[in-house]
Ligand binder design. Structure first.
Ligand SMILES: Cc1cc2nc3c(=O)[nH]c(=O)nc-3n(C[C@H](O)[C@H](O)[C@H](O)COP(=O)(O)OP(=O)(O)OC[C@H]3O[C@@H](n4cnc5c(N)ncnc54)[C@H](O)[C@@H]3O)c2cc1C
Ligand SMILES: NC(=O)c1ccc[n+]([C@@H]2O[C@H](COP(=O)([O-])OP(=O)(O)OC[C@H]3O[C@@H](n4cnc5c(N)ncnc54)[C@H](OP(=O)(O)O)[C@@H]3O)[C@@H](O)[C@H]2O)c1
Ligand code: SF4
Ligand code: SF4
Length: 504
Protein backbone atom coordinates (compact mmCIF):
# COMPACT_ATOMS: atom_id res chain seq x y z
CA UNK A 1 0.00 0.00 0.00
CA UNK A 2 1.06 3.61 -0.44
CA UNK A 3 -0.45 7.02 -0.97
CA UNK A 4 -1.21 8.34 -4.45
CA UNK A 5 -1.42 11.85 -5.95
CA UNK A 6 -4.40 12.31 -8.28
CA UNK A 7 -5.78 14.70 -10.90
CA UNK A 8 -6.43 17.80 -8.78
CA UNK A 9 -2.72 18.27 -7.95
CA UNK A 10 -1.91 21.92 -8.63
CA UNK A 11 1.80 21.58 -7.95
CA UNK A 12 2.21 23.81 -4.87
CA UNK A 13 4.62 21.29 -3.27
CA UNK A 14 3.11 21.55 0.22
CA UNK A 15 3.17 17.73 0.41
CA UNK A 16 6.91 17.63 -0.36
CA UNK A 17 7.72 19.54 2.81
CA UNK A 18 5.25 17.53 4.89
CA UNK A 19 6.64 14.13 3.88
CA UNK A 20 9.05 12.69 6.46
CA UNK A 21 10.76 10.31 4.02
CA UNK A 22 11.22 12.54 0.93
CA UNK A 23 9.28 10.25 -1.36
CA UNK A 24 7.42 12.95 -3.37
CA UNK A 25 9.07 14.32 -6.53
CA UNK A 26 9.98 16.44 -8.33
CA UNK A 27 10.64 18.80 -5.45
CA UNK A 28 10.98 22.56 -6.10
CA UNK A 29 14.73 22.10 -5.75
CA UNK A 30 14.80 19.58 -8.63
CA UNK A 31 15.13 21.03 -12.13
CA UNK A 32 11.95 19.50 -13.54
CA UNK A 33 9.62 20.98 -10.96
CA UNK A 34 8.46 23.72 -13.33
CA UNK A 35 7.78 21.21 -16.11
CA UNK A 36 6.14 18.23 -14.42
CA UNK A 37 2.40 17.90 -15.01
CA UNK A 38 1.89 16.90 -11.34
CA UNK A 39 3.91 15.51 -8.43
CA UNK A 40 4.30 11.76 -7.82
CA UNK A 41 4.67 9.56 -4.72
CA UNK A 42 7.20 6.71 -4.80
CA UNK A 43 5.18 3.67 -3.65
CA UNK A 44 8.33 1.82 -2.60
CA UNK A 45 9.36 4.37 0.02
CA UNK A 46 6.03 5.86 1.12
CA UNK A 47 5.36 4.82 4.74
CA UNK A 48 1.67 5.70 4.60
CA UNK A 49 1.88 8.22 7.43
CA UNK A 50 -0.77 10.47 5.83
CA UNK A 51 1.11 13.73 6.58
CA UNK A 52 0.86 14.80 2.93
CA UNK A 53 -2.92 14.38 2.95
CA UNK A 54 -3.36 17.08 5.59
CA UNK A 55 -0.88 19.36 3.81
CA UNK A 56 -2.59 19.21 0.41
CA UNK A 57 -4.86 22.25 -0.17
CA UNK A 58 -6.90 20.56 -2.90
CA UNK A 59 -7.51 17.07 -1.48
CA UNK A 60 -5.49 15.40 -4.25
CA UNK A 61 -3.85 12.64 -2.15
CA UNK A 62 -5.47 9.32 -1.23
CA UNK A 63 -4.36 5.94 0.12
CA UNK A 64 -4.06 3.58 -2.86
CA UNK A 65 -6.89 1.36 -1.57
CA UNK A 66 -9.29 4.31 -1.31
CA UNK A 67 -8.89 6.07 -4.63
CA UNK A 68 -12.07 7.81 -5.79
CA UNK A 69 -13.93 6.40 -8.79
CA UNK A 70 -12.27 7.59 -12.00
CA UNK A 71 -8.93 8.24 -10.28
CA UNK A 72 -7.73 4.62 -9.99
CA UNK A 73 -5.32 4.99 -12.91
CA UNK A 74 -3.21 7.44 -10.87
CA UNK A 75 -1.75 4.58 -8.77
CA UNK A 76 0.00 3.38 -11.93
CA UNK A 77 0.86 6.91 -13.04
CA UNK A 78 2.64 7.63 -9.71
CA UNK A 79 4.45 4.27 -9.66
CA UNK A 80 5.57 4.54 -13.30
CA UNK A 81 7.69 7.58 -12.45
CA UNK A 82 9.84 5.46 -10.14
CA UNK A 83 10.49 2.49 -12.39
CA UNK A 84 14.02 3.72 -13.00
CA UNK A 85 16.48 5.40 -10.61
CA UNK A 86 15.33 8.89 -9.74
CA UNK A 87 16.95 11.12 -12.30
CA UNK A 88 14.29 13.73 -12.79
CA UNK A 89 16.27 15.69 -15.35
CA UNK A 90 16.31 12.74 -17.72
CA UNK A 91 12.72 12.00 -16.85
CA UNK A 92 11.15 15.11 -18.38
CA UNK A 93 12.88 15.88 -21.68
CA UNK A 94 9.94 17.95 -22.88
CA UNK A 95 9.53 20.94 -25.15
CA UNK A 96 11.88 23.59 -23.64
CA UNK A 97 9.45 26.34 -24.71
CA UNK A 98 7.12 25.02 -21.99
CA UNK A 99 9.83 25.25 -19.29
CA UNK A 100 8.91 27.73 -16.60
CA UNK A 101 11.63 30.12 -15.46
CA UNK A 102 11.40 29.31 -11.78
CA UNK A 103 13.84 29.53 -8.95
CA UNK A 104 13.61 26.98 -6.15
CA UNK A 105 11.70 28.03 -3.04
CA UNK A 106 14.24 29.76 -0.77
CA UNK A 107 14.69 29.14 2.92
CA UNK A 108 12.66 31.32 5.31
CA UNK A 109 14.44 34.60 5.72
CA UNK A 110 14.06 36.98 8.66
CA UNK A 111 13.99 40.58 7.50
CA UNK A 112 16.64 42.70 9.24
CA UNK A 113 14.60 45.95 9.14
CA UNK A 114 13.16 47.44 12.33
CA UNK A 115 10.43 49.84 11.18
CA UNK A 116 6.99 48.83 9.84
CA UNK A 117 6.79 48.27 6.10
CA UNK A 118 3.69 48.55 3.89
CA UNK A 119 3.51 46.64 0.59
CA UNK A 120 0.80 47.02 -2.08
CA UNK A 121 -0.22 44.09 -4.28
CA UNK A 122 -2.30 44.56 -7.43
CA UNK A 123 -4.65 41.60 -7.96
CA UNK A 124 -5.86 38.85 -5.63
CA UNK A 125 -5.31 35.72 -7.75
CA UNK A 126 -3.04 32.85 -6.68
CA UNK A 127 0.19 34.75 -7.33
CA UNK A 128 -1.03 37.67 -5.19
CA UNK A 129 -2.22 35.39 -2.37
CA UNK A 130 1.03 33.40 -2.30
CA UNK A 131 3.06 36.64 -2.36
CA UNK A 132 1.02 38.03 0.55
CA UNK A 133 1.48 34.79 2.49
CA UNK A 134 5.27 34.97 2.01
CA UNK A 135 5.43 38.67 2.93
CA UNK A 136 3.30 38.26 6.06
CA UNK A 137 5.85 35.84 7.51
CA UNK A 138 7.76 39.03 8.37
CA UNK A 139 6.10 40.60 11.43
CA UNK A 140 7.06 44.16 10.33
CA UNK A 141 5.16 43.89 7.04
CA UNK A 142 1.54 44.71 6.34
CA UNK A 143 -0.06 44.24 2.91
CA UNK A 144 -2.85 46.03 1.06
CA UNK A 145 -4.27 44.15 -1.92
CA UNK A 146 -6.16 45.98 -4.71
CA UNK A 147 -8.65 43.85 -6.70
CA UNK A 148 -10.77 45.22 -9.55
CA UNK A 149 -13.55 42.63 -9.19
CA UNK A 150 -16.13 42.32 -6.42
CA UNK A 151 -14.76 38.93 -5.34
CA UNK A 152 -11.15 37.83 -4.79
CA UNK A 153 -8.90 34.97 -6.01
CA UNK A 154 -8.76 35.65 -9.78
CA UNK A 155 -8.82 32.64 -12.07
CA UNK A 156 -9.29 30.22 -9.18
CA UNK A 157 -12.82 31.61 -8.90
CA UNK A 158 -13.42 32.78 -12.48
CA UNK A 159 -11.25 30.34 -14.52
CA UNK A 160 -11.03 26.91 -12.84
CA UNK A 161 -13.91 24.82 -14.16
CA UNK A 162 -16.94 24.56 -11.86
CA UNK A 163 -16.79 20.74 -11.94
CA UNK A 164 -13.19 20.81 -10.63
CA UNK A 165 -14.54 20.84 -7.09
CA UNK A 166 -11.32 19.72 -5.42
CA UNK A 167 -9.18 22.28 -7.23
CA UNK A 168 -11.52 25.08 -6.22
CA UNK A 169 -10.95 24.05 -2.57
CA UNK A 170 -7.67 25.97 -2.74
CA UNK A 171 -9.88 29.01 -2.06
CA UNK A 172 -10.11 27.78 1.55
CA UNK A 173 -6.35 28.19 1.84
CA UNK A 174 -6.62 31.68 0.35
CA UNK A 175 -9.42 32.47 2.83
CA UNK A 176 -7.07 31.48 5.65
CA UNK A 177 -4.35 33.76 4.27
CA UNK A 178 -6.91 36.57 3.91
CA UNK A 179 -7.84 36.30 7.62
CA UNK A 180 -4.41 37.65 8.63
CA UNK A 181 -5.12 41.03 10.35
CA UNK A 182 -2.09 42.55 8.58
CA UNK A 183 -3.69 41.89 5.17
CA UNK A 184 -6.33 44.27 3.81
CA UNK A 185 -8.10 43.42 0.53
CA UNK A 186 -9.75 46.35 -1.26
CA UNK A 187 -12.30 44.90 -3.70
CA UNK A 188 -13.86 46.85 -6.59
CA UNK A 189 -10.62 48.84 -6.80
CA UNK A 190 -9.00 48.83 -10.20
CA UNK A 191 -5.49 50.24 -10.33
CA UNK A 192 -5.43 52.60 -13.31
CA UNK A 193 -9.15 53.47 -12.95
CA UNK A 194 -9.96 53.96 -9.24
CA UNK A 195 -6.43 54.68 -8.11
CA UNK A 196 -3.31 55.42 -10.12
CA UNK A 197 -0.15 53.39 -9.97
CA UNK A 198 1.69 56.57 -8.94
CA UNK A 199 -0.64 56.94 -5.90
CA UNK A 200 -0.03 53.32 -5.01
CA UNK A 201 3.71 53.78 -5.22
CA UNK A 202 3.53 56.78 -2.91
CA UNK A 203 1.48 54.79 -0.35
CA UNK A 204 3.73 51.75 -0.12
CA UNK A 205 7.43 51.00 0.20
CA UNK A 206 7.05 48.36 -2.50
CA UNK A 207 4.37 47.39 -5.04
CA UNK A 208 3.92 43.93 -6.58
CA UNK A 209 1.91 43.76 -9.83
CA UNK A 210 0.02 40.43 -9.87
CA UNK A 211 -2.71 41.31 -12.39
CA UNK A 212 -2.51 38.08 -14.42
CA UNK A 213 -2.98 37.74 -18.19
CA UNK A 214 -6.60 38.81 -18.60
CA UNK A 215 -7.08 38.65 -22.35
CA UNK A 216 -6.74 35.98 -25.03
CA UNK A 217 -3.98 35.52 -27.55
CA UNK A 218 -5.52 36.75 -30.81
CA UNK A 219 -6.13 34.30 -33.64
CA UNK A 220 -6.09 36.08 -36.97
CA UNK A 221 -8.38 34.28 -39.42
CA UNK A 222 -10.76 35.43 -42.16
CA UNK A 223 -14.27 35.43 -40.67
CA UNK A 224 -13.10 35.39 -37.03
CA UNK A 225 -15.48 38.26 -36.17
CA UNK A 226 -18.65 36.40 -37.21
CA UNK A 227 -21.36 35.86 -34.61
CA UNK A 228 -20.88 32.36 -33.19
CA UNK A 229 -17.12 32.73 -32.69
CA UNK A 230 -15.87 33.46 -29.17
CA UNK A 231 -12.66 33.13 -27.25
CA UNK A 232 -12.33 30.54 -24.51
CA UNK A 233 -11.45 33.46 -22.20
CA UNK A 234 -14.97 34.87 -22.68
CA UNK A 235 -16.69 31.48 -22.63
CA UNK A 236 -14.93 30.39 -19.41
CA UNK A 237 -15.73 33.77 -17.84
CA UNK A 238 -19.38 33.35 -18.91
CA UNK A 239 -19.90 29.92 -17.33
CA UNK A 240 -18.04 30.99 -14.17
CA UNK A 241 -20.12 34.17 -13.70
CA UNK A 242 -17.22 36.63 -14.32
CA UNK A 243 -18.88 40.08 -14.28
CA UNK A 244 -17.13 41.11 -17.56
CA UNK A 245 -18.77 38.24 -19.50
CA UNK A 246 -22.31 37.87 -18.16
CA UNK A 247 -23.77 39.37 -21.38
CA UNK A 248 -21.92 37.03 -23.76
CA UNK A 249 -24.25 35.79 -26.49
CA UNK A 250 -23.83 32.00 -26.40
CA UNK A 251 -26.07 30.04 -28.76
CA UNK A 252 -25.92 26.28 -28.21
CA UNK A 253 -28.58 25.41 -30.80
CA UNK A 254 -25.88 23.94 -33.08
CA UNK A 255 -25.10 20.21 -33.20
CA UNK A 256 -21.34 20.67 -33.40
CA UNK A 257 -18.92 23.02 -31.64
CA UNK A 258 -15.23 23.35 -32.45
CA UNK A 259 -12.58 24.35 -29.93
CA UNK A 260 -9.37 25.56 -31.61
CA UNK A 261 -6.30 24.59 -29.52
CA UNK A 262 -5.91 21.56 -27.28
CA UNK A 263 -4.55 22.84 -23.96
CA UNK A 264 -6.19 22.20 -20.59
CA UNK A 265 -8.49 25.19 -21.09
CA UNK A 266 -9.78 23.59 -24.32
CA UNK A 267 -10.46 20.36 -22.40
CA UNK A 268 -12.30 22.30 -19.66
CA UNK A 269 -14.50 24.03 -22.23
CA UNK A 270 -15.24 20.79 -24.11
CA UNK A 271 -16.03 18.93 -20.86
CA UNK A 272 -18.49 21.61 -19.75
CA UNK A 273 -20.19 21.55 -23.16
CA UNK A 274 -20.54 17.75 -23.13
CA UNK A 275 -21.55 17.44 -19.45
CA UNK A 276 -24.99 16.43 -18.24
CA UNK A 277 -26.24 19.85 -17.02
CA UNK A 278 -27.77 18.22 -13.93
CA UNK A 279 -24.29 17.12 -12.84
CA UNK A 280 -23.30 20.81 -12.85
CA UNK A 281 -26.39 22.09 -11.05
CA UNK A 282 -24.84 21.84 -7.57
CA UNK A 283 -21.59 23.53 -8.61
CA UNK A 284 -20.64 27.21 -8.75
CA UNK A 285 -21.58 27.44 -12.48
CA UNK A 286 -23.50 30.59 -13.39
CA UNK A 287 -27.27 30.11 -13.49
CA UNK A 288 -27.46 31.72 -16.96
CA UNK A 289 -24.90 29.23 -18.32
CA UNK A 290 -26.69 26.31 -16.67
CA UNK A 291 -30.00 27.36 -18.27
CA UNK A 292 -28.33 27.62 -21.69
CA UNK A 293 -26.62 24.22 -21.25
CA UNK A 294 -30.00 22.67 -20.39
CA UNK A 295 -31.29 23.89 -23.77
CA UNK A 296 -28.13 22.79 -25.63
CA UNK A 297 -28.32 20.79 -28.88
CA UNK A 298 -24.56 20.28 -29.04
CA UNK A 299 -23.76 16.61 -29.70
CA UNK A 300 -20.12 16.73 -30.75
CA UNK A 301 -17.27 18.96 -29.58
CA UNK A 302 -14.19 18.82 -31.79
CA UNK A 303 -11.01 19.81 -29.93
CA UNK A 304 -8.55 20.70 -32.64
CA UNK A 305 -4.75 20.72 -32.39
CA UNK A 306 -2.49 21.92 -35.20
CA UNK A 307 0.26 19.48 -34.16
CA UNK A 308 0.09 15.74 -33.48
CA UNK A 309 -0.72 13.68 -30.36
CA UNK A 310 2.92 13.88 -29.20
CA UNK A 311 2.55 17.63 -28.84
CA UNK A 312 -0.95 17.82 -27.42
CA UNK A 313 -0.92 20.69 -24.93
CA UNK A 314 -3.36 19.09 -22.46
CA UNK A 315 -1.76 17.30 -19.51
CA UNK A 316 -2.01 13.59 -18.68
CA UNK A 317 -3.88 14.12 -15.37
CA UNK A 318 -6.57 16.16 -17.13
CA UNK A 319 -6.86 13.60 -19.94
CA UNK A 320 -7.23 10.75 -17.43
CA UNK A 321 -9.82 12.76 -15.51
CA UNK A 322 -11.78 13.31 -18.71
CA UNK A 323 -11.67 9.77 -20.07
CA UNK A 324 -12.22 8.00 -16.74
CA UNK A 325 -15.16 10.20 -15.77
CA UNK A 326 -17.13 8.39 -18.45
CA UNK A 327 -17.07 11.09 -21.13
CA UNK A 328 -17.02 9.59 -24.64
CA UNK A 329 -13.73 10.69 -26.22
CA UNK A 330 -12.90 9.70 -29.79
CA UNK A 331 -9.59 9.85 -31.65
CA UNK A 332 -8.88 9.06 -35.30
CA UNK A 333 -6.42 6.10 -35.32
CA UNK A 334 -4.77 7.61 -38.44
CA UNK A 335 -3.64 10.59 -36.33
CA UNK A 336 -1.93 8.21 -33.91
CA UNK A 337 -0.23 6.32 -36.72
CA UNK A 338 1.45 9.55 -37.76
CA UNK A 339 3.16 9.91 -34.34
CA UNK A 340 6.93 10.18 -34.34
CA UNK A 341 8.85 6.97 -35.10
CA UNK A 342 11.00 7.76 -32.06
CA UNK A 343 7.96 7.29 -29.84
CA UNK A 344 9.68 4.40 -28.01
CA UNK A 345 12.13 6.93 -26.50
CA UNK A 346 9.38 8.93 -24.84
CA UNK A 347 9.23 9.74 -21.16
CA UNK A 348 6.55 7.98 -19.13
CA UNK A 349 4.10 10.84 -19.11
CA UNK A 350 4.05 11.16 -22.88
CA UNK A 351 3.91 7.40 -23.36
CA UNK A 352 0.94 7.16 -20.97
CA UNK A 353 -0.78 9.99 -22.87
CA UNK A 354 -0.32 8.18 -26.18
CA UNK A 355 -1.57 4.90 -24.64
CA UNK A 356 -4.69 6.65 -23.40
CA UNK A 357 -5.31 8.22 -26.81
CA UNK A 358 -4.86 4.78 -28.40
CA UNK A 359 -7.43 3.38 -25.95
CA UNK A 360 -9.89 6.07 -27.08
CA UNK A 361 -9.14 5.37 -30.75
CA UNK A 362 -9.87 1.65 -30.26
CA UNK A 363 -13.31 2.18 -28.70
CA UNK A 364 -16.48 1.73 -30.77
CA UNK A 365 -18.05 4.99 -32.00
CA UNK A 366 -20.22 6.42 -29.19
CA UNK A 367 -23.91 7.12 -29.80
CA UNK A 368 -24.39 10.04 -27.40
CA UNK A 369 -22.58 13.32 -26.81
CA UNK A 370 -18.89 13.09 -27.42
CA UNK A 371 -15.59 14.94 -27.56
CA UNK A 372 -13.49 14.32 -30.69
CA UNK A 373 -9.78 15.02 -30.35
CA UNK A 374 -8.60 16.01 -33.82
CA UNK A 375 -4.90 16.44 -34.57
CA UNK A 376 -2.80 17.83 -37.45
CA UNK A 377 -5.58 20.36 -38.18
CA UNK A 378 -5.14 24.13 -38.56
CA UNK A 379 -8.03 26.59 -38.77
CA UNK A 380 -7.99 28.52 -42.07
CA UNK A 381 -11.27 30.43 -42.28
CA UNK A 382 -14.58 30.79 -40.46
CA UNK A 383 -17.47 30.32 -42.86
CA UNK A 384 -20.75 32.14 -42.29
CA UNK A 385 -24.28 31.40 -43.49
CA UNK A 386 -26.63 33.93 -45.11
CA UNK A 387 -27.67 35.13 -41.66
CA UNK A 388 -24.06 36.16 -40.99
CA UNK A 389 -23.59 33.56 -38.26
CA UNK A 390 -20.66 31.14 -38.27
CA UNK A 391 -21.70 27.79 -39.71
CA UNK A 392 -18.37 26.09 -40.36
CA UNK A 393 -14.62 26.13 -40.22
CA UNK A 394 -12.28 25.55 -43.16
CA UNK A 395 -9.45 23.36 -41.95
CA UNK A 396 -6.00 22.67 -43.39
CA UNK A 397 -4.41 19.26 -42.79
CA UNK A 398 -0.84 19.06 -41.53
CA UNK A 399 1.71 16.28 -41.32
CA UNK A 400 4.68 15.92 -38.98
CA UNK A 401 8.15 16.88 -40.17
CA UNK A 402 10.47 14.13 -38.98
CA UNK A 403 14.10 15.13 -38.39
CA UNK A 404 17.23 12.99 -38.93
CA UNK A 405 16.94 11.55 -35.42
CA UNK A 406 13.43 10.31 -36.24
CA UNK A 407 11.77 12.89 -34.01
CA UNK A 408 8.69 14.89 -35.02
CA UNK A 409 10.30 18.32 -35.05
CA UNK A 410 7.42 20.36 -36.46
CA UNK A 411 4.52 20.32 -38.89
CA UNK A 412 3.97 21.24 -42.51
CA UNK A 413 0.76 21.57 -44.48
CA UNK A 414 -0.30 18.71 -46.75
CA UNK A 415 -2.26 21.17 -48.90
CA UNK A 416 -5.53 19.29 -48.21
CA UNK A 417 -8.43 21.33 -46.87
CA UNK A 418 -11.94 20.46 -45.74
CA UNK A 419 -14.92 22.20 -44.13
CA UNK A 420 -16.29 21.15 -40.76
CA UNK A 421 -19.88 22.26 -40.12
CA UNK A 422 -20.14 23.97 -36.72
CA UNK A 423 -22.32 26.75 -35.34
CA UNK A 424 -20.07 27.52 -32.37
CA UNK A 425 -16.33 28.10 -32.66
CA UNK A 426 -14.27 28.77 -29.56
CA UNK A 427 -10.65 29.82 -29.84
CA UNK A 428 -8.55 28.46 -26.98
CA UNK A 429 -5.06 29.34 -28.11
CA UNK A 430 -3.74 30.75 -24.83
CA UNK A 431 -4.10 33.83 -22.67
CA UNK A 432 -2.14 37.09 -22.92
CA UNK A 433 -1.03 39.85 -20.55
CA UNK A 434 -1.86 43.49 -21.26
CA UNK A 435 0.37 46.55 -20.87
CA UNK A 436 0.10 48.46 -17.60
CA UNK A 437 0.24 52.27 -18.02
CA UNK A 438 3.40 53.51 -16.34
CA UNK A 439 5.27 50.19 -16.50
CA UNK A 440 7.51 48.73 -19.20
CA UNK A 441 5.94 45.96 -21.29
CA UNK A 442 7.39 43.19 -23.45
CA UNK A 443 4.80 43.21 -26.23
CA UNK A 444 6.17 40.09 -27.94
CA UNK A 445 5.73 37.93 -24.83
CA UNK A 446 2.86 39.84 -23.22
CA UNK A 447 4.72 40.16 -19.90
CA UNK A 448 6.25 42.89 -17.73
CA UNK A 449 10.02 42.54 -18.20
CA UNK A 450 11.73 41.56 -14.96
CA UNK A 451 14.72 39.92 -13.36
CA UNK A 452 13.70 37.55 -10.56
CA UNK A 453 10.53 39.61 -10.09
CA UNK A 454 12.18 43.08 -10.13
CA UNK A 455 10.51 45.13 -12.89
CA UNK A 456 13.11 46.19 -15.45
CA UNK A 457 13.20 49.29 -17.62
CA UNK A 458 15.85 48.33 -20.15
CA UNK A 459 18.55 46.79 -17.99
CA UNK A 460 17.71 48.81 -14.86
CA UNK A 461 15.31 47.83 -12.09
CA UNK A 462 12.37 50.20 -11.51
CA UNK A 463 12.79 51.07 -7.84
CA UNK A 464 10.18 49.50 -5.58
CA UNK A 465 8.24 47.76 -8.43
CA UNK A 466 7.89 43.99 -8.59
CA UNK A 467 5.86 41.49 -10.57
CA UNK A 468 4.60 37.93 -10.12
CA UNK A 469 2.35 35.26 -11.68
CA UNK A 470 1.16 35.11 -15.29
CA UNK A 471 2.08 38.74 -16.01
CA UNK A 472 5.64 37.92 -14.89
CA UNK A 473 6.34 34.62 -16.64
CA UNK A 474 3.55 34.29 -19.23
CA UNK A 475 0.22 32.43 -19.15
CA UNK A 476 1.29 28.92 -18.23
CA UNK A 477 1.51 26.75 -15.16
CA UNK A 478 -0.81 25.53 -12.45
CA UNK A 479 -2.16 27.31 -9.38
CA UNK A 480 0.72 26.04 -7.23
CA UNK A 481 3.33 27.13 -9.78
CA UNK A 482 2.60 30.67 -8.65
CA UNK A 483 3.77 29.82 -5.13
CA UNK A 484 7.37 29.26 -6.22
CA UNK A 485 7.12 32.22 -8.57
CA UNK A 486 5.90 34.55 -5.82
CA UNK A 487 8.52 33.23 -3.39
CA UNK A 488 11.18 34.35 -5.86
CA UNK A 489 9.64 37.84 -6.23
CA UNK A 490 9.23 38.29 -2.49
CA UNK A 491 12.79 37.25 -1.84
CA UNK A 492 13.98 39.96 -4.30
CA UNK A 493 11.76 42.51 -2.56
CA UNK A 494 13.03 41.59 0.91
CA UNK A 495 16.64 41.76 -0.26
CA UNK A 496 15.99 45.26 -1.67
CA UNK A 497 14.30 46.43 1.54
CA UNK A 498 17.34 45.33 3.50
CA UNK A 499 19.74 47.05 1.18
CA UNK A 500 17.72 50.28 1.36
CA UNK A 501 16.53 50.20 -2.29
CA UNK A 502 12.85 51.15 -2.02
CA UNK A 503 10.28 53.77 -3.00
CA UNK A 504 10.60 55.93 0.13
C1 LIG B 1 -9.69 28.63 -17.70
C2 LIG B 1 -8.56 28.29 -16.75
C3 LIG B 1 -8.69 27.18 -15.91
C4 LIG B 1 -7.64 26.84 -15.06
N1 LIG B 1 -7.77 25.73 -14.28
C5 LIG B 1 -6.74 25.36 -13.48
C6 LIG B 1 -6.86 24.18 -12.70
O1 LIG B 1 -7.88 23.48 -12.73
N2 LIG B 1 -5.80 23.84 -11.91
C7 LIG B 1 -4.67 24.60 -11.87
O2 LIG B 1 -3.75 24.25 -11.10
N3 LIG B 1 -4.53 25.73 -12.61
C8 LIG B 1 -5.54 26.12 -13.41
N4 LIG B 1 -5.42 27.24 -14.18
C9 LIG B 1 -4.18 28.06 -14.06
C10 LIG B 1 -4.28 29.07 -12.87
O3 LIG B 1 -5.57 29.57 -12.80
C11 LIG B 1 -3.23 30.20 -13.06
O4 LIG B 1 -1.94 29.62 -12.92
C12 LIG B 1 -3.35 31.31 -12.01
O5 LIG B 1 -4.66 31.74 -11.81
C13 LIG B 1 -2.50 32.54 -12.40
O6 LIG B 1 -2.50 33.40 -11.30
P1 LIG B 1 -2.29 34.98 -11.38
O7 LIG B 1 -2.39 35.47 -9.98
O8 LIG B 1 -1.06 35.28 -12.14
O9 LIG B 1 -3.50 35.56 -12.26
P2 LIG B 1 -5.07 35.61 -12.05
O10 LIG B 1 -5.59 34.39 -11.39
O11 LIG B 1 -5.63 35.97 -13.36
O12 LIG B 1 -5.31 36.83 -11.04
C14 LIG B 1 -5.14 38.18 -11.44
C15 LIG B 1 -6.05 39.08 -10.59
O13 LIG B 1 -5.69 40.45 -10.79
C16 LIG B 1 -6.86 41.24 -10.91
N5 LIG B 1 -6.49 42.46 -11.64
C17 LIG B 1 -6.04 42.55 -12.92
N6 LIG B 1 -5.77 43.84 -13.24
C18 LIG B 1 -6.06 44.58 -12.15
C19 LIG B 1 -5.99 45.98 -11.85
N7 LIG B 1 -5.57 46.88 -12.76
N8 LIG B 1 -6.39 46.42 -10.62
C20 LIG B 1 -6.82 45.53 -9.69
N9 LIG B 1 -6.91 44.18 -9.92
C21 LIG B 1 -6.52 43.72 -11.12
C22 LIG B 1 -7.81 40.32 -11.68
O14 LIG B 1 -9.16 40.74 -11.54
C23 LIG B 1 -7.53 38.97 -10.99
O15 LIG B 1 -8.32 38.79 -9.84
C24 LIG B 1 -6.45 27.62 -15.04
C25 LIG B 1 -6.33 28.73 -15.88
C26 LIG B 1 -7.38 29.06 -16.73
C27 LIG B 1 -7.24 30.24 -17.65
N1 LIG C 1 -6.71 21.56 -14.80
C1 LIG C 1 -5.64 22.24 -14.94
O1 LIG C 1 -4.65 21.91 -14.35
C2 LIG C 1 -5.63 23.43 -15.86
C3 LIG C 1 -6.81 23.83 -16.49
C4 LIG C 1 -6.76 24.92 -17.37
C5 LIG C 1 -5.55 25.56 -17.59
N2 LIG C 1 -4.45 25.14 -16.94
C6 LIG C 1 -3.13 25.72 -17.25
O2 LIG C 1 -3.26 27.06 -17.72
C7 LIG C 1 -2.28 27.29 -18.75
C8 LIG C 1 -2.96 27.87 -19.99
O3 LIG C 1 -3.71 26.86 -20.65
P1 LIG C 1 -4.22 27.04 -22.16
O4 LIG C 1 -4.98 25.84 -22.53
O5 LIG C 1 -4.86 28.39 -22.28
O6 LIG C 1 -2.85 27.22 -22.97
P2 LIG C 1 -1.81 26.16 -23.62
O7 LIG C 1 -1.62 24.97 -22.77
O8 LIG C 1 -0.61 26.99 -23.93
O9 LIG C 1 -2.50 25.67 -24.99
C9 LIG C 1 -2.68 26.55 -26.07
C10 LIG C 1 -3.14 25.76 -27.27
O10 LIG C 1 -3.39 26.68 -28.34
C11 LIG C 1 -2.69 26.25 -29.52
N3 LIG C 1 -2.36 27.39 -30.35
C12 LIG C 1 -1.64 28.48 -30.03
N4 LIG C 1 -1.58 29.34 -31.07
C13 LIG C 1 -2.28 28.76 -32.08
C14 LIG C 1 -2.59 29.14 -33.42
N5 LIG C 1 -2.16 30.29 -33.92
N6 LIG C 1 -3.33 28.29 -34.18
C15 LIG C 1 -3.78 27.11 -33.68
N7 LIG C 1 -3.52 26.70 -32.42
C16 LIG C 1 -2.78 27.51 -31.63
C17 LIG C 1 -1.46 25.54 -28.96
O11 LIG C 1 -0.90 24.71 -29.97
P3 LIG C 1 0.69 24.47 -30.03
O12 LIG C 1 0.99 23.58 -28.86
O13 LIG C 1 0.88 23.83 -31.35
O14 LIG C 1 1.33 25.83 -29.90
C18 LIG C 1 -2.10 24.76 -27.81
O15 LIG C 1 -2.74 23.62 -28.28
C19 LIG C 1 -1.58 25.97 -19.01
O16 LIG C 1 -0.35 25.91 -18.31
C20 LIG C 1 -2.55 24.97 -18.44
O17 LIG C 1 -1.95 23.75 -18.02
C21 LIG C 1 -4.45 24.08 -16.09
S1 SF4 D 1 1.81 9.14 3.22
FE1 SF4 D 1 3.57 9.93 4.42
S2 SF4 D 1 5.32 8.84 3.58
FE2 SF4 D 1 3.67 8.59 2.09
S3 SF4 D 1 3.98 10.28 0.66
FE3 SF4 D 1 2.53 10.98 2.22
S4 SF4 D 1 3.82 12.03 3.74
FE4 SF4 D 1 5.20 10.78 2.48
S1 SF4 E 1 -1.60 20.08 -4.80
FE1 SF4 E 1 0.32 20.45 -3.70
S2 SF4 E 1 0.15 19.31 -1.80
FE2 SF4 E 1 -1.43 18.51 -3.19
S3 SF4 E 1 -0.47 16.76 -4.21
FE3 SF4 E 1 -0.12 18.52 -5.54
S4 SF4 E 1 1.87 19.35 -4.93
FE4 SF4 E 1 1.20 17.97 -3.29
Amino acid sequence: MSHVITQACCGDASCVYACPVNCIHPTPEEPDFGIAEMLYIDPATCVDCGACVSACPVGAIFPSHRLPVGQERFAKVNAAQYQHPADWTARFPVDPSRRLPLAPIGHPHQLAVDERVSIGIVGSGPSAMYAADELLRQPQISVTMYERLDRPFGLVRFGVAPDHLNTRKVMRLFDDIARNPRLEILLHTEVGRDITLAELRSRHQGVIWAGGAPTDKPLTLPGIDHVGVSSATSFVGWYNGHPDFTDLDVDLSTERAVVVGNGNVALDVARILVADPESLAETSISQAALAELRRSNVREIVVMGRRGPLHAAFTLPEMIGLVDSGVAVTVDPADLDKASPAAHDLDMTLRAKLDLLAECAARPAPKGRRIRLAFFSSPLEVIAGQDGRACGLRIGRNRPVIDDAGVAAGIETTGETSVLDAGLILTSVGYRGIAVPGLPFDDARGVIPNAEGRVLSGADPVTGMYVTGWIKRGPSGFIGTNKTDSAETVSSLLADLESGRRLH
